[in-house]
Ligand binder design. Structure first.
Ligand SMILES: *[C@@H]1O[C@H](CO)[C@@H](O)[C@H](O)[C@H]1NC(C)=O
Ligand SMILES: *[C@@H]1O[C@H](CO)[C@@H](O)[C@H](O)[C@H]1NC(C)=O
Ligand SMILES: *[C@@H]1O[C@H](CO)[C@@H](O)[C@H](O)[C@H]1NC(C)=O
Ligand SMILES: *[C@@H]1O[C@H](CO)[C@@H](O)[C@H](O)[C@H]1NC(C)=O
Length: 415
């Protein structure tokens, strides 16, 4: 302590006699360095200049280094610095005083501070958090304005007790809101959240912080934070008023830009044209129309989807496909199928009828046989089957009488 003070006094003397720092010049680290949590996934690093540094005419800077959760490194003139970072793993950072002298850097020693990770049992925090935003035209003003909705889903931690309940919060800029509309899993744990409207700007560039904590009677639930790039999670609406028409083999498709705060030139599209066979085509375009050709005999379904192009912001997600619109008629294949089905049904009915006739002897009941003069052939068979000779049957049944004795003979020979 005493040697340090001596060096310090020496340094101050040097500064006082010499306006430009030289090799003997000693920089002192900042004091009272703290990490304060100021919001969800947001901290402020604060420090004070070392009161013993005492020089006036030298421009001191600070070199800030964040070590956990992600290494980051920057210089600042200020004595505090706001930073967005996840907090569930804790935050540790260091700062030192620096002075650029020509191309050489003079630096003090580092001072460090830590914000401890929140408590919680391992495996209890949520996993697989995904969030998307979507813009809708606002309804209750005449001014053209937009509302951004937020939808997040996650899975319960694998070691979270059955009675765990999760709660989701988001922060965008200075605004923080708690979820009001949850969806639940089979154990009625919250696993999705829907905010119909949020403070998120429709052309947002800032990051969105999402925090999910939880409670249970059997364990401390570890909270979880994630920062989302708002441009990357924004899903545009599908294009509007998709229409398609054919003129001969020419297929022309048109649509309107999606409901969005972005102007018309900010969109690019994909057009999907399918017919009921295996034909399939996806084309990209930046205009609101597309022309293709058809084979003239198939029915086509047409869908379009949109994305904000990289001219206007970092490329985000594609919209959902628009509802399909159909063009063309598929006469031949439908007629063919109908005929085949009809024939099959008719054959089936006939077959059933035939078997019913055989089983219940309906034929003879409906059309009693006309007595006819006995032929010598019939006489011969009748005499060999005296026990059944009383009835007179049609020719089909006569044949069956012939077969029966043969079957009996076969069976006899087997046993
Ligand atoms: C540093 O912190 C201490 C105690 O926390 C306080 O007394 C002191 O005034 C602070 N120094 C400065 C320069 O703010
Ligand atoms: C959750 O995420 C992990 C790793 O990111 C992945 O392997 C797993 O398939 C995901 N589970 C579900 C149900 O999506
Ligand atoms: C406006 O809001 C009302 C009720 O809130 C809803 O029924 C209607 O569909 C909305 N109109 C538009 C154009 O969004
Ligand atoms: C969850 O986080 C919010 C916001 O930080 C806090 O108000 C709330 O008390 C926390 N709940 C639990 C159960 O930790």
């Amino acid at each position: 302590m005493v040697p340090a003070l001596l060096i310090l006094l020496g340094a101050i003397e040097t500064l006082q006699t010499d306006t430009l720092p030289d090799k003997k010049f000693l920089l002192l680290p900042p004091i009272n360095f703290t990490i304060k949590v100021t919001g969800l996934a947001q901290v402020v690093l604060c420090w004070e200049p070392n009161p013993n540094q005492g020089q006036k005419n030298v421009n001191l800077n600070y070199h800030v280094k964040i070590n956990t959760p992600q290494e980051e490194d920057y210089e600042t003139r200020n004595t505090q610095s706001k930073c967005e970072t996840t907090l569930h793993q804790g935050v540790s950072a260091s700062v030192r005083t620096i002075l650029w002298h020509g191309h050489s850097l003079l630096a003090s020693s580092w001072v460090s501070a830590e914000h401890k990770a929140p408590p919680g049992s391992p495996g209890t925090s949520i996993v697989n958090l995904t969030c998307t935003t979507n813009t809708a035209a606002s309804n209750y003003t005449n001014l053209k304005s937009y509302e951004v909705s937020l939808h997040c889903t996650w899975l319960a931690g694998k070691d979270a007790p059955e009675d765990t309940q999760y709660f989701l919060y988001y922060r965008y800029g200075p605004w923080t809101e708690e979820c009001q509309e949850y969806s639940k899993d089979t154990l009625s744990r919250n696993t999705a959240c829907w905010f119909p409207r949020t403070f998120i700007h429709s052309k947002a560039r800032d990051r969105l912080a999402v925090h999910v904590n939880g409670s249970s009677n059997h364990a401390t639930i570890k909270p979880f934070d994630q920062l989302f790039d708002t441009q990357a999670i924004d899903q545009p609406n599908p294009p509007m008023d998709v229409t398609a028409e054919t003129e001969g083999s020419r297929l022309s498709i048109q649509w309107q830009k999606p409901v969005s705060a972005f102007p018309i030139h900010c969109f690019e599209y994909e057009v999907k044209i399918c017919n009921t066979k295996d034909y399939y085509q996806v084309e990209k375009t930046t205009t609101n129309a597309f022309v293709s050709t058809t084979d003239g005999v198939s029915k086509y379904s047409i869908q379009v989807r949109a994305a904000v192009s990289p001219h206007c912001r970092a490329m985000g997600l594609w919209s959902k496909w628009s509802q399909p619109v159909y063009v063309g008629k598929e006469k031949k294949p439908i007629a063919g199928w109908f005929l085949i089905t009809l024939t099959a049904v008719l054959c089936f009915i006939l077959l059933i009828f035939f078997f019913l006739c055989r089983i219940y002897h309906l034929w003879t009941k409906m059309f009693p046989p006309v007595p006819a003069p006995k032929s010598t052939f019939k006489d011969l068979i009748m005499t060999t089957n005296c026990e059944k000779a009383g009835s007179s049957e049609t020719e089909i049944e006569v044949i069956s009488y012939v077969e029966e004795p043969m079957l009996e003979v076969l069976e006899d020979s087997v046993f």
